[in-house]
Design a protein around this ligand. Structure first.
Ligand SMILES: Cc1cc2nc3c(=O)[nH]c(=O)nc-3n(C[C@H](O)[C@H](O)[C@H](O)COP(=O)(O)OP(=O)(O)OC[C@H]3O[C@@H](n4cnc5c(N)ncnc54)[C@H](O)[C@@H]3O)c2cc1C
Length: 511
């Protein structure tokens, strides 16, 4: 019979010490941290039938021999490598190298620009944007260090002098901002948008690699999992949809869609912010107000890649990105990328467009044929001198309605604070939370999920084993704030609020 309090006697629930919900980056990393401290009695409950979460791929089109390509519907970049510098290396890059992942360098300056009349060179706007961004960056540092009021990224860039009046400026701005954070400048925090960029690209480096590995990007995570999970490990429960979590200060009970249940001493939820916001899981008792404040405040962006395969590569093969400025609609099929470029999947004749936010919601709600027709009008106006053929393969995911994700990745709205974010991050009794959205330093990134999963695993292991290896901020409960203050005080920028690295240094001018 179970001896630990919180477990129901006579219950038919499966028993474990730690229940982890989700086999994405944060869930796997947390389980690894537990294993590293010899806590091996855990169960991982995963909705899907594989490891990887939002690192998700599909078979698409076919090569000359008739075999399909693998393309990434979700995460694709190792953002900020940190290679060949004195600073730290991005763990995602470290682990990717361990499995010899094919991931060529993504060159954001390798762009060709277009509008509705065809090729038009406005590539100089790239440097123009960066000149104002560099000023904005300094201003954001002043706001954070002097406890001044946050504002939108739009306002911050305006004060730096940026005036995107015409379609070309709007398209370039979209490429530099919306396409990265999956929300508009108006929807984004100025201060935490800038710190997010700094803490990834200046802590590691501004270089990013793009996974083209035909085994799939999640191969690196499976490689890490194989270090502590056996093949077909019985602790990994796939096709398990969690619908209820009943928690207290002494234990947690988790119920699945099929009525089966798990009782654990501790539980860690790594489900996305979108899943939390869409009431997929009910909590008993209801989550406290401070926790709901955090869940309500942050937002989930949507980032949709639309893949096309043609029977030829009719676009330039020496460029990675093609920027289209629509005359009337900002963000309308603005960013296109070639996989047919040397170093990627040459000869694949694959091109993809990325839409975010309102444009994503719009196309994700309509059928494939409608979207394909819209996109083909755009492509044909970008290349008016070429007879652009119809695609031979076409696909895109619907992230905004995917029931295990509800969106792509999180973003911070203007005017929030590290205290508010800490409420999203903090445990409620023995129920813990981790994932990209709980990362103050690297929200929206794989490595953000990795660091957060590791910390949660270490904190829980610290409670179970009484040996705490989380040197940065200890192993007790996470800080949480019943009373929230209007701004973030300088001294609050610390590991206890999830920001142990300094966001203030600016390594070099953004390029
Ligand atoms: C389109 C797109 C592009 C991206 N591009 C990049 C990029 O280029 N670089 C980068 O660094 N990051 C990128 N990201 C973000 C990156 O994918 C995430 O930050 C990271 O994968 C999040 O990991 P996680 O463990 O926090 O969450 P997840 O990967 O979402 O893991 C949570 C797991 O919980 C499971 N789950 C959900 N609900 C339930 C339930 N009710 N019951 C049981 N299990 C459940 C899910 O199936 C999932 O496996 C992108 C994301 C998307 C969607």
């Amino acid at each position: 019979a179970p001896t630990l309090h919180g477990r129901e006697y006579n219950s038919t629930c499966r028993k474990t010490t730690v229940a982890i919900i989700g086999a994405g980056v944060a869930g796997i990393t947390a389980a690894q941290a537990l294993s590293n401290q010899s806590v091996t009695d855990f169960l991982i409950l995963e909705y899907q039938d594989h490891i990887g979460g939002r690192m998700r791929n599909t078979k698409f089109g076919s090569d000359n021999s008739g075999n399909p390509y693998t393309v990434e519907l979700g995460a694709n970049w190792i953002s900020g490598l940190g290679e060949n510098t004195d600073g730290p290396e991005n763990p995602v890059w470290t682990f990717s190298k361990q499995v010899n992942l094919s991931a060529p360098n993504s060159d954001y300056t390798s762009i060709a620009t277009y509008n509705e009349t065809g090729a038009v060179d406005y590539t100089d706007l790239y440097d123009e944007f960066n000149r104002y961004y560099n000023i904005a960056e300094q201003n954001a540092g002043t706001i954070l260090s002097q406890n001044l009021q946050d504002r939108t990224f739009r306002a911050g860039m305006w004060q730096a002098g940026w005036r995107p009046k015409d379609a070309a400026h709007k398209a370039l701005e979209y490429f530099m901002w919306d396409w990265e954070v999956a929300q508009t400048p108006e929807e984004s925090s100025f201060v935490f948008g800038i710190t997010g960029y700094n803490l990834t690209y200046y802590t590691f480096s501004e270089a990013s690699n793009f996974c083209t590995d035909q085994r799939g990007f999640n191969t690196w995570l499976k490689g890490q999992a194989a270090k502590f999970l056996k093949p077909n490990d019985s602790r990994l429960l796939f096709n398990t949809v969690v619908t209820n979590i009943t928690y207290s200060d002494s234990g947690v009970k988790i119920t699945d869609e099929d009525g089966s249940c798990v009782e654990a001493d501790y539980a860690l939820s790594t489900v996305s912010l979108g899943v939390l916001q869409n009431d997929v899981i009910t909590f008993e008792p209801e989550l406290p107000d401070w926790k709901k404040d955090g869940i309500a405040t942050f937002s989930m962006g949507t980032y949709t890649k639309i893949f096309f395969q043609f029977n030829e590569t009719f676009w330039p093969t020496d460029k990675q990105f093609f920027i289209y400025a629509d005359p009337t609609k900002r963000g309308y099929y603005t960013v296109w990328q070639s996989l047919s470029t040397e170093g990627f999947l040459p000869g694949s004749n694959i091109l993809f467009a990325t839409l975010v936010d309102e444009q994503s919601f719009r196309i994700e709600a309509q059928d494939d044929e409608t979207t394909k027709a819209e996109a083909m009008v755009v492509l044909r106006s970008m290349f008016p001198d070429i007879t652009v053929p119809d695609p031979i393969a076409f696909t895109y995911p619907r992230w905004s309605s995917t029931p295990w994700s509800y969106g792509s990745y999180s973003n911070w709205p203007a005017g929030t604070t590290l205290e508010m974010h800490q409420n999203l991050r903090a445990n409620v009794g023995r129920l813990y939370f981790a994932g990209e959205a709980t990362s103050a330093e690297s929200f929206g990134f794989l490595h953000g999920a990795w660091f957060e999963g590791q910390e949660a695993g270490e904190r829980i292991a610290g409670k179970i084993t009484t040996k705490c290896v989380n040197v940065g901020s200890g192993c007790g409960d996470y800080n949480s704030y019943e009373v929230l203050h209007g701004t973030t005080e300088f001294w609050e920028v610390n590991a206890f609020n999830g920001m142990g690295m300094s966001p203030f240094f600016v390594a070099q001018n953004r390029t």
